[in-house]
Design a protein around this ligand. Sequence first.
Ligand SMILES: [Fe+2]
Length: 309
Amino acid sequence: MAIRTNALPTIGREVLDLDVAAIDEATARDLMGLWREAGVLLFRGVGTSPETLLKLSRCFGELEPHPIESIRMQEYPELICLTNKGGLRGPVYAFDGVPTYGRIPWHTDLAFSEMPNAGALLNMVEKASVGGQTAWLDTERAYEALDSGLKQRIEGLEVRFEFCTDLSKMKYHNPGGVRVGASATGFPDYPPLARPLVWKHPATGRSILNLGPLNLQKIVGMEEAESDALIRTLIDAVIQPQFIYEHAWQQGDIILWDNYRMMHSAMGHPVDVIRVVHRTTLRGVAKVGRTLPSEMAADMAQPFAAASM
Ligand SMILES: [Fe+2]
């Protein structure tokens, strides 16, 4: 099957008129190649059937059940349903006075895990009538655009990442917002993790960044003020519109992203607006960090060479 695509306005590509039921092995290989090059693929109007999402997802690798069992769909354990239908399952923050559900600032998934997922696919089943956009940021493009002095300065450094469900605890690029609902509870206690700030993508070998502000705490082994200044410089250089694609969803859209290379961000929507999304998760193929035993141990630890990842 010949695949036609269009570049999205900034990063990523749209795959046009794909007949998922007709995908054969050769088409799946082509789609995989496209994903490696683009980092984000948009498929519009694919529908909302779990079988279609599962068939398309399997073109890009092995699927894994999500670690949070309560959000898995009973009939399809490799699918999770993200929704506020039937009750809220996460915290609510007010932005400009509007109680908002599902706002998740820039991050990569499972950034607090040594083996994060390689990618994921979202399928819009019921779009929010207000808000609900999702955005992706290409750290490969952003890294390429850094000046050579900054590239040299960050080579070999590690960053400390921590699990975070409380936006008020974000140290960098905090979106603001006032908590108006209960805390998110029921999560395991994840220990802090050291990740290489710059590392090589396990499939493409190209340089990418671990810089998701939701989980980012500091540069390992660096004095606080210097670490803070360097992280702020990097975030200012990386979180730029030319590296970002923001998607306004339509029902039946699917978006696939590379979770090593892309940060993503969910804008959230008013609590009284319903949104239903199905998602699959592509199993991780590379260890991305190392668990840190404690704050003191993290400060004393020597950064390891990112090239050894
Ligand atoms: Fe996410």
